[in-house]
Ligand binder design. Sequence first.
Ligand SMILES: [Zn+2]
Length: 490
Amino acid sequence: MTNFEVRQYDAAGRLGELTVPRAGVTVETPTILPVVNPHVQTVAPATLASEFGAEILITNSYILHGSDDLREPVLEQGLHDLLGFDGAIMTDSGSFQLAEYGDIDVTTEEILEFQHEIGSDIGTPVDIPTPPDVDRERATEELKTTQERLEHAATVDTGEMLVSAPVQGATYPDLRERAAADAVSTGLDVFPLGAVVPLMNEYRYADLADVVAACKRGLGEVGPVHLFGAGHPMMFAMAAALGCDLFDSAAYALYARDDRYLTVQGTELLDELSYFPCHCPVCTDHTPAELDAMDADQREELLARHNLHVTYGEIRTVKQAIRSGNLMELVDSRARGHPAMLDGFRALLDHAEQLERTDPVSKDAFFYTSHESARRPEVRRHQDRLERLPVEGDEVLLTEGSSSAQYDESWGVLPPFGPYPRELADTYPLTAEVPDRTDRAAYEAAATGVRRLVELHPDVSFTLVHDDWPATALDRVPERVRLRDLHARD
Ligand SMILES: [Zn+2]
């Protein structure tokens, strides 16, 4: 894949550049593609570009194809003129309508050719969006059809138009992983992860994390990866940390229609707000009461603008976090917005080993911001690295405090990482900022590190100065380690 380049990683999150040859533009990722309904434009595409900096948007070619009033104009003028947008335009195929209504009346070849004819920059074949939780037989069967269509799509002449290869497989991780590998093998360009909207609608963020992680295992580091239908800013950080590059959503407009107000922590109802917790032009120029008193159209437009400001603001926040190397701290902070997001964060950490593969070896800082930090990829990496660090002495002291001449060798101990040679004290991640009131999870993780080191050196005698480590941590330390508690009286 030469149309996508990664500039920087944090966890599995990527700052990247997607070159869209037909539009003659390069789009910086992660980014959001606002969904533009060709019939109802709450915010005009030209405004999306000028006011919000939109470089790419998505619209539905199936609606245009079937529309009595737009089909001819779009074929005549082309999509960019019709919508009044110079940037990149991706088109969806009608798979969503297939999922909603069970039937559509175009083939992959027809809809791809139509997308090409109207000037789409990224086209989409008609895949089968298999919903979560269906039986395995159905998921497998539908996947087979999707893969046949993707393979067929790869043979359709679409010129410079990029073509996406949606990844399905419902909630079966092994099917998702295989579907992703098969999608890559087609040689198509963009990889949407399909049929995840029901998971997001039901706040099943843990299941979402597992699905994304499974797809990423099959995709490897090709890209870009598009989380289809994901548009709530509260989950951008988490999805980006798992390796998603593109989001799309009509949420900004649909929520505005129902007087719903997006924040990075969740959704508020306009009539329950006395104050706007936001610095965008809409929120600094108006109060909730003023918006409430407006006529519905004006209120909808202003709410849509606020929703877009929050959405693009969070995209910039995610990009800066990747650049600064503190994306995991951002995910941690966003996870506090809703218990279901916390489930998502914890599920993401189940995949720490996978995230570790692309996580930079060195960053500016590691902030221990919650007990979930004890499960971050850096902790796992440090403990894996113990295998390569020599132990020279026969009597080795492990201590959070200073070394002692009574021992041949003295290692430092830092929760949550565990033991480390003192010469590494100034290297990442051992430069981590950890609160003085350390929690049990950090001690338990440190004890896991101690156990690992001790098991690697069966002939060495270890002493651990553990101060006031909790019993659940000490339970993890092998019995042959001598324990010294400096706080206890001998
Ligand atoms: Zn606002």
